[in-house]
Ligand binder design. Structure first.
Ligand code: ADP
Ligand code: GN1
Ligand code: MG
Length: 353
């Protein structure tokens, strides 16, 4: 069935969307299909979850677990952490269509903005502070009630293996074009060993797992966290790390001019302060001591993921042109190299807070 018909069938299952005027693609996510829906009186966000990426049943299960807790938590703490996910006429958060795709409808808050790049350390601070508050909520959830919406999602060792497998299959011409990124990846495998050495002792918590800057919505009342498809058991190291990855460069993840990609210490400091502001006391020493390792591990993992996707002909990330994933790889390499050069000072800063 056509995606348009499936979307319209979905909207019929909510009382709020009986008068849809039109809907159009929205946002800049790499994974799901997102639409802005206009009705006579309101706007909504309609999303079709990518079933090739997520295990749909696990995802539908997890949303139910955390959304059922969220209402009570938000009322008790008097906070709003994320846009409301609406329930259907039969009281579900998702509708699974006949092709097996899950759809959901969320509140659209007018005047919200999401950013690809942080333009001010104050933005980095606020976004990370919001993520810290979100983690305080996640800390109240029992990890054993959650399923894995993606198996081996943040797992540097398995991402390294997937990269090596892709390398063995890739054409000579692609390997030639990505030669320096391949060499870089092979030369930095020690990061996986460093991560694996601490991983077994890290507490498993429910975490967000996709904390890039454009998964946060800024508005006059604060910052909301979105893109909850990867909420599942993992470690806070990656949530902290993905903020370092996406807040510290003044250039987009797919900036073609490598010279524009730099590591901004001020943003690193601001986001670290923001994240630890409310969260510091609930983190264990092993977590605080290894936050920087989390950043290095996730930037390395992201380098491998983009490069693997490039070598395999872009099956995973949405791309606008053939070299898009290679360009994304190059920005990760530049950022990780800068962090590797400043490891000692950065670690010192984290431990000084
Ligand atoms: P993806 O997994 O594809 O990244 P997201 O859930 O992050 O999907 O949504 C993609 C983009 O859509 C976001 O970066 C944001 O700009 C926008 N978006 C998603 N949900 C909302 C919402 N409730 N209100 C406003 N914008 C939203
Ligand atoms: C994807 O869904 P989105 O666009 O927020 C990806 C993340 C990557 C990110 C890189 C489920 O995030 O893991 O870090 O792209 N999400 C998934 O930009 O793979
Ligand atoms: Mg997103």
């Amino acid at each position: 069935m056509e995606k348009k018909t499936l979307a319209e069938n979905t909207l019929k299952q909510y009382s709020e969307t009986q008068t849809v005027l039109n809907y159009e693609p929205f946002g800049d996510g790499h994974i799901n299909d997102t639409f802005l829906v206009k009705t006579e009186n309101n706007h909504f966000i309609l999303q079709r979850v990518n079933k090739n990426v997520f295990r749909t049943n696990a995802l539908v299960h997890n949303y139910k677990v955390f959304l059922d807790y969220l209402d009570t938590y938000q009322q008790k703490e008097n906070v709003k952490l994320t846009p409301v996910i609406l329930t259907t006429l039969s009281n579900n958060y998702h509708i699974v269509d006949e092709e097996g795709f899950a759809w959901r409808l969320a509140e659209f808050i007018p005047g919200t903005k999401s950013y690809q790049i942080s333009s001010d350390p104050a933005i980095s601070f606020k976004a990370a502070e919001a993520m810290g508050k979100f983690q305080q909520f996640l800390n109240t959830l029992p990890a054993e009630d959650f399923e894995f919406t993606i198996i081996n999602y943040h797992n540097p060792a398995s991402r390294l293996q997937a990269f090596k497998d892709a390398l063995s299959k890739a054409s000579e011409s692609l390997k030639q074009l990505a030669k320096s990124e391949i060499d870089f990846s092979l030369a930095h495998q020690n990061i996986v060993n460093e991560y694996d050495a601490v991983a077994k002792n890290l507490p498993q918590r429910v975490t967000h797992n996709d904390t890039k800057l454009d998964n946060m919505l800024f508005y006059d009342k604060g910052v909301l966290v979105i893109d909850l498809d990867t909420v599942m058991p993992s470690t806070v190291l990656f949530d902290y790390g993905d903020m370092v990855r996406t807040f510290t460069s003044p250039a987009a993840e797919d900036e073609k001019d490598e010279n524009k990609v730099t590591f901004r210490t001020k943003h690193f400091e601001a986001l670290t302060k923001g994240y630890l502001k409310g969260l510091k006391e609930s983190l264990q020493p092993i977590e605080r001591d290894n936050l920087l390792l989390g950043a290095r591990a996730i930037i390395y993992e992201q380098t491998l993921r983009f490069l693997t996707d490039y070598l395999l002909g872009n099956p995973y990330y949405k791309v606008k042109y053939r070299e898009h994933n290679l360009i994304r790889t190059k920005t990760q390499v530049k950022l990780l190299s800068a962090i590797e050069q400043n490891k000692t000072q950065l670690q010192h800063f984290i431990l000084s807070l």
